[in-house]
Design a protein around this ligand. Structure first.
Ligand code: FO1
Length: 313
């Protein structure tokens, strides 16, 4: 049994590789829900949906989110009404959020709804939200000297502002009062190995580890944890991970990732383009594996999955 700590598109790609090389049902993905938001009264869980759609073969590879071949009738009609359209919800994607919101209003947990949606999409990999409780990633834009700037929600930062604003702090509101979703801690304790997917260290992996009990459970398995660096040649392949790392005082490199992950990961897989930094990664106390990590095709995703499985030894 494998456990994967998962954010959005990078995690979804690695999971799509893993399901090519091991039984999909033998994988449990513990998915970040700090990005979850409510829009139009609908509960949206972007990372859960990205993973589900990808494993169902429905993912939109151009955007990295949503469903391929979407139609946008509802968004168009909403625009005519002057409604909020900065967060694009395709017609089929909207059905997911309607289903989730209805089931939550009936008293189902997020974990139950996530499992129902996975079954409906034919996904046999076990998908667990990190928690059933509300946890919200909130970011503080960097102000000028002495200026007090209010926090903003993750999707306000990421989508509405195109993550084009410097950040001075990140907080996972609600995390200290949250508990891991049922099955998360047992899955981590019983897994043959735990995989840190190539997701944003500060806004995808960190919120998962902020749920009380999860960081300790993963650290207890440190020798069996293999993480994949989302930073390649100093940059994020997608999204603001590189800028966020620098803005928050970390190094945007595989060495910076190694420093952040050293408490809980025994091995870090880095891209071939960073091969010369392998020694510095190992100096942080992790075993370093150098391999191609850019999952541009399903075959490359399967190749990285094989690398990760072998890396644990
Ligand atoms: N990302 C965007 O950049 N623009 C969007 O309009 C957008 C819509 C959207 C709708 C549903 C969904 O599940 C995800 C969506 N995303 C969008 C992606 C998402 O907000 C972020 O990529 C993740 O939260 C980061 O992992």
């Amino acid at each position: 049994m494998l456990v994967a700590l998962a954010g959005g598109v990078g995690a979804a790609r690695l999971l799509s590789g893993l399901v090519q090389v091991v039984d999909p049902a033998s994988i449990t993905a513990v998915v970040n829900t700090g990005d979850d938001t409510v829009l139009h009264g609908l509960h949206i869980s972007p990372d859960i949906d990205t993973v589900t759609y990808t494993l169902a073969g429905l993912d939109n590879r151009e955007t990295g989110w949503g469903i391929a071949g979407e139609t946008w009738t509802v968004m168009g009609a909403l625009a005519e009404l002057g409604g909020e359209t900065w967060f694009s919800l395709g017609d089929r994607d909207l059905a997911t959020h309607c289903y989730r919101t209805q089931r939550l209003s009936e008293g189902a947990t997020l974990a139950q709804v996530t499992a129902e949606l996975a079954v409906a999409r034919g996904v046999t990999t076990r998908l667990l939200p990190m928690t059933d409780d509300p946890v919200h990633t909130r970011l503080t834009p960097a102000g000028g000297r002495g200026e007090v700037v209010p926090e903003i929600d993750f999707q306000d930062y990421f989508v509405r502002r195109h993550h084009d604003v410097a950040v001075s702090a990140i907080r996972f509101a609600g995390a200290t009062d949250s508990t891991p979703a049922p099955g998360v801690l047992d899955a981590i304790a019983e897994a043959d190995m735990v995989i840190g997917c190539p997701s944003n260290p500060l806004v995808s992996i960190a919120p998962i580890l902020a749920v009380p009990g999860i960081a300790a459970a993963v650290a207890a398995r440190r020798d069996d944890v293999v993480a994949v660096s989302p930073i390649v040649a100093g940059s994020a392949l997608k999204g603001p991970a590189d800028r966020l790392l620098v803005e928050l005082g970390h190094e945007s490199s595989v060495v910076g990732v190694a420093r952040l992950y050293a408490p809980w990961a025994g091995t870090l897989v880095i891209d071939e383009s960073d091969a010369e930094l392998a020694g510095k990664v190992e100096a942080e106390g992790l075993t370093c594996v150098v391999a191609p990590t850019i999952m541009a095709t399903p075959a490359l995703a399967a190749g990285l999955a094989e690398t990760v499985l072998i890396a644990r030894g």
